[in-house]
Design a protein around this ligand. Structure first.
Ligand code: FES
Ligand SMILES: [Fe+2]
Length: 421
């Protein structure tokens, strides 16, 4: 068996149709995947509309490392590593806010929102050659954004953001073009949940079209009773809905015309449809309105178009994960429409909602079941014999097939093998 740096036999642990149980249970593998995957590739950090004014900031993590997304007086957005250059304390503890200065709680070193060290208390204690400029907060070496979505990589070199996103951009366009002004705003709060199981259980699940009829049976029943709609049929084998992957671990569930579309539920205000047609033309507006997709952007970002939100997956330990779900509003859309869509998130994914808590129960059961040592493999072979490549180069399968999960592990393996992009 070939051993690689870190002592992990990546090829032995991840095969085309299965992965080894230790991917979920071994702290050593977790450490390596944080270093080689999350802390190397492009990771979603936050949306520009979360920090609209100079001095606005929000904190988050890239892999295990704390960062600050901030807007400086020069109008630029920065991704700063949240670590005082004196003796290492977080310089910003708050989750979000506005401040012209990050003042370290420990000895009072002060940084501006671009990370420059602008003052240290009692400077006489440092020699004449002490240069403030040398002790600026470190920044993520690469930062890029697409339609307001800010991504960063902790690796100084590697493929560009455009290359990383690839066809995911076209799907982001499909979701974001639903905004009459072409932009969204992410200031409607956040639903947050944590569960005691591995982060990959969540990213596998985001595009798992096999489980809803079973895990979410109760939610579908309630939904049918209340509104006369259900996702049940669309999530059945042979429904015509598809599961897809298209490189770099990204993937999509495409319900297309199968679901009549949550987007259409309750009807759409005529002025909204008109404004979309004006901006996009009738054909594109039709495509956007008919789109019913869920999109996963590897390794940590997921969009559920119908419930107008995105989620960010934050691995904490090999058996602990935090997830944040951000509803967004479509700029230029009628307020009633935005409100109705944002409410859809709390119906499905809040801690007391009808959908998401059942997934979390499934993750915890997996984490516990995977302690069994007599069985090595977690199986992702479903639909391998019937997947096809379409004209755009996407790998396409039935909605219930494990096509996106195979895509995720191909990318995981690529990054683990070469130590990042
Ligand atoms: S650790 Fe920040 S000022 Fe000392
Ligand atoms: Fe689910």
């Amino acid at each position: 068996m070939s051993r690689e740096p870190g002592g992990i036999d990546v090829d032995g642990l991840v095969r085309e149709d299965r992965v080894h149980r230790t991917l979920y249970t071994e702290p050593g593998i977790f450490r390596e995947e944080m270093a080689r995957v999350l802390e190397r590739t492009w990771v979603f950090v936050g949306h520009e509309s979360e920090v609209p004014q100079a001095g606005d900031y929000r904190t988050t993590t890239i892999g295990r490392q704390p960062v600050i997304l901030s807007r400086h007086t020069d109008g630029q957005v920065y991704v700063l590593l949240n670590r005082c250059m004196h003796r290492g304390a977080l310089v910003c503890r708050g989750e979000r806010g506005n401040s012209s200065i990050f003042r370290c709680i420990y000895h009072g070193w002060m940084y501006n929102t671009r990370g420059d060290l602008v003052g240290v208390p009692f400077p006489g204690g440092y020699g004449e050659d002490f240069e403030l400029a040398e002790w600026a907060l470190r920044r993520a070496p690469r930062v890029g954004s697409y339609r307001g979505f800010v991504f960063a990589s902790l690796a100084p070199e590697g493929e560009g953001l455009e290359e990383h996103l690839g066809r995911a951009r076209a799907y982001m366009d499909l979701l974001l073009d639903a905004a009459p002004e072409g932009t969204i705003t992410v200031r409607s709060g956040v639903e947050r949940y944590a569960y005691p199981a591995n982060w990959k259980l969540q990213i596998e699940n985001l595009l798992d079209g096999y489980h809803p009829n079973f895990t979410h049976q109760i939610a579908f029943e309630i939904s049918e009773r209340r509104r006369g709609t259900s996702g049940r049929r669309a999530n059945s084998e042979g429904s015509g809905a598809t599961a897809r992957t298209f490189g770099r671990g990204h993937g999509v569930l495409h319900y297309g015309a199968v679901n009549r579309g949550y987007a259409m539920e309750g009807g759409l205000p005529a002025e909204y449809v008109t404004s979309l047609r004006q901006r996009l033309g009738a054909e594109r507006a039709g495509e956007v309105l008919a789109a019913d997709i869920q999109l996963f952007v590897f390794p940590n970002l997921f969009f559920q178009g119908a419930r107008q939100h995105y989620r960010v997956v934050r691995p904490v330990a090999c058996d602990r994960t935090e997830v944040e779900a951000y509803p967004y509003t479509l700029d230029g859309a009628p307020e009633a429409l935005n409100r109705r869509r944002v409410r859809g998130l709390s119906w499905w994914a809040s801690p007391a909602a009808f959908g998401q808590p059942d997934d979390l129960e499934a993750f915890v059961r997996c984490q516990e079941g995977l302690r069994v040592e007599a069985a090595d493999w977690v199986l992702f072979s479903r639909g391998m014999h019937r997947e096809r490549i379409d004209a755009d180069g996407e790998v396409v399968g039935d909605i219930t097939d494990e096509v996106p999960q195979r895509g995720i592990y191909r990318e995981w393996k690529r990054l683990m093998r070469r130590g990042g992009s």
